[in-house]
Design a protein around this ligand. Structure first.
Ligand SMILES: Nc1ncnc2c1ncn2[C@@H]1O[C@H](COP(=O)(O)OP(=O)(O)OP(=O)(O)O)[C@@H](O)[C@H]1O
Ligand SMILES: [Mg+2]
Length: 304
């Protein structure tokens, strides 16, 4: 079960997040990013966070610990912004917290230039997103973090923010387990994700029992009063049935048309050749600074 903690200090709002999560310190001395029940994204975003995040963890992907956070708006009464005070007031009680990764960087194409993406790991992440219909892991908003960014441990990819997954739970009557997944703008599409290998490895692991145990982690309060379901238990069964049916039809939704590593390498070589061609002779001899984008951008400034 998810641990329960109580927020004792409000640190700051994370304004880069659409739902404006809050960073809090809790009575277990941990620091957490809190997704509030009162946000415009609603309780379903929290249900998706729990189900997809815990599924990611069960499949061996890196995902910060989730906790249930008891939040008293009084701890944030020095928050100067009225709209955030209203968000906090609407969220008194149980909310969702994610372990805060200090110093973590958002994964962007620039960050990827200096930290190699493993194609099998990329394949596993794309596969999870396709299974859970996560529409919010794009080149514009990767919802992936790189951590740690200091010390001796090498930085790794961490998954965050699955609030926009499980799109089908917004219209259960039209939910189709075989629906294709639109992967064209996926954040990892350009790193040769080995999606077929991930499917062979992960699909057999997504059993009904595993799904059942994950869905059981969602608090009743976030599943209550769901139109079409008499009880939270009925809603849980619908998630299990849908995801179990979907995992068995992976051939229908598996995204496989990503460019291969060879195609990507050829593309990269073509781009490098084009850049070289446009340079004066003296600049062609300038050593490649490990392809660091900042260096490239500086040179183009000089070439005007
Ligand atoms: N566990 C974490 N550790 C460190 N930073 C985090 C963590 N979770 C989120 N962040 C930072 O906060 C930002 C917003 O978080 P998140 O994407 O979860 O919020 P959101 O409200 O769901 O945002 P949106 O819907 O706009 O994507 C992230 O892009 C990241 O920079
Ligand atoms: Mg996000």
């Amino acid at each position: 079960m998810l641990r329960e903690v109580t927020a004792i200090r409000y640190v700051e709002p994370l304004r880069s997040g659409g739902s404006v999560p809050g960073v809090v310190e809790a009575d277990d001395l941990g620091t957490y990013v809190v997704k509030f029940t009162g946000s415009a994204q609603g309780r379903k975003a929290l249900v998706a966070e729990v189900i997809v995040g815990e599924l990611a963890r069960a499949l061996g992907l890196r995902f910060p610990e989730l906790v249930l956070v008891h939040f008293d708006p009084a701890i944030a009464d020095d928050e100067p912004h009225q709209e955030l005070r209203e968000l906090h007031d609407a969220s008194a009680g149980l909310n969702l917290g994610m372990d805060y990764l200090p110093g973590a960087k958002d994964f962007t194409p620039e960050v990827a230039e200096v930290s190699r993406v493993d194609p099998l790991e990329a394949g596993r992440i794309v596969w999870l997103d396709a299974l859970t219909v996560n529409v919010d892991r794009t080149v514009h908003s990767s919802n992936l973090m790189v951590w740690p960014t200091f010390g001796t441990v090498p930085p790794r990819l961490w998954l965050i923010d699955h609030g926009a997954a499980l799109v089908f739970h917004h219209r259960w009557d039209a939910a189709d387990p075989a629906k294709a997944y639109d992967f064209r703008h996926h954040a990892l599409g350009r790193y040769g994700p080995e999606v077929r290998a991930a499917d062979a490895e992960l699909a057999p692991r997504v059993t009904e029992e595993l799904l059942r145990s994950i869905v059981d982690e969602v608090p009743d309060a976030w599943l209550a009063d769901e139109p079409g379901f008499a009880t939270p238990e009925e809603a849980r069964a619908a998630y299990v049935d849908h995801l179990h049916a979907r995992v068995r039809t992976s051939a229908a939704w598996l995204p496989t048309d990503f460019p291969t590593r060879e195609e990507l390498a050829a593309d990269e070589a073509r781009r490098t050749a084009r850049t070289q061609q446009g340079r004066p002779n003296w600049l062609k001899r300038v050593p490649d600074l490990h392809g660091k984008p900042a260096a490239e951008q500086d040179w183009s400034v000089h070439l005007g």
